[in-house]
Design a protein around this ligand. Structure first.
Ligand code: F6R
Length: 247
């Protein structure tokens, strides 16, 4: 794991966007894994700025999102489809045939998950995957206890995650109870991982993921097994780490 502790959220975001941009300049047909939530927003803003100001070209990029809520259609305001549209896709020159997000309204969820995995495979695999971390150590919506070898599938959301995400919904009851999520095995096949975390509410999860034992109870701890995993966190999120360098 390569650990970078930045002074603040903006520096974390610039660093992550810089890595993605560098990979994209080398490989214009980059396959980019994306996350939703508040953490990667600064990274997305930085990528949009680089697209506008430096002509960073996304026309040959393929994207795969980590997850989507079951029961929310693509136009639902709280769906991850809408989130990505608003915060990234509409601002870039992506070829929309190649922006993949699982369909929360799929009739046959299992078949849809298999199809999603197949699309990742057909794209040649994810080159670089952006990740956030839940306060409970979840990766995508692989909640504590998820199989470390899991593939894209439907998962129930923990009460803690539903409470955390209720800030985007009218009430806790409105938060879906299930999601389609890439599996931990799927995520681990990406050639590079970038885990982002910001703020003191993530400090325990970051410590457990980076310095704790590898365990399904802290799904993000599996990143210790990845050969090219960046952990980019700001100072408050790094506050409980006892080591400040990991090579
Ligand atoms: C979202 C996702 C989640 C979030 C995590 C942190 O696609 O996969 O694992 O990354 O819940 O969310 P924020 O960034 O809102 O703290």
């Amino acid at each position: 794991m390569l650990l970078r502790i930045t002074g603040n959220y903006d520096e974390m975001s610039e660093l992550a966007a810089g890595i993605v941009a560098e990979r994209l300049r080398k490989n214009p047909a980059l396959v980019l894994g994306l996350a939703t939530g508040s953490t990667p927003l600064g990274t997305y803003r930085a990528l949009i700025r680089m697209h506008r100001e430096q002509g960073l070209d996304f026309s040959r990029v393929t994207t795969f999102n980590l997850d989507e809520y079951i029961g929310l259609g693509a136009t639902h305001p709280q769906s991850y489809h809408r989130f990505m549209e608003e915060h990234l896709f509409q601002h870039l020159n992506l070829d929309r045939r190649f922006t993949f997000i699982a369909d929360g309204m799929a009739k046959d969820v299992e078949a849809h998950c298999d199809w999603y995995e197949e699309q990742i495979r057909l794209s040649g695999g994810i080159d670089i995957q952006i990740l956030g971390i839940g306060r409970n150590g979840h990766l995508a919506f692989n909640e504590p206890g998820s199989s470390l070898g899991s593939r894209t599938r439907i998962k129930p959301l923990s009460e803690e995650t539903r409470r955390d995400n209720a800030r985007y919904f009218a009430s806790l009851e409105a938060v879906p109870t299930h999601a389609i999520t890439m599996g931990i095995g799927t995520i681990m096949e990406a050639r590079e991982l970038i885990l982002l975390a910001s703020g003191d509410t993530k400090a325990d999860a970051v410590k457990a993921a980076v310095e704790g034992p590898i365990t399904a109870i802290v799904p993000a701890s599996i990143m210790q097994m990845h050969r090219r995993a960046y952990v980019i966190v700001d100072q408050p999120a790094a506050a409980k780490l006892t080591r400040t360098y990991l090579g």
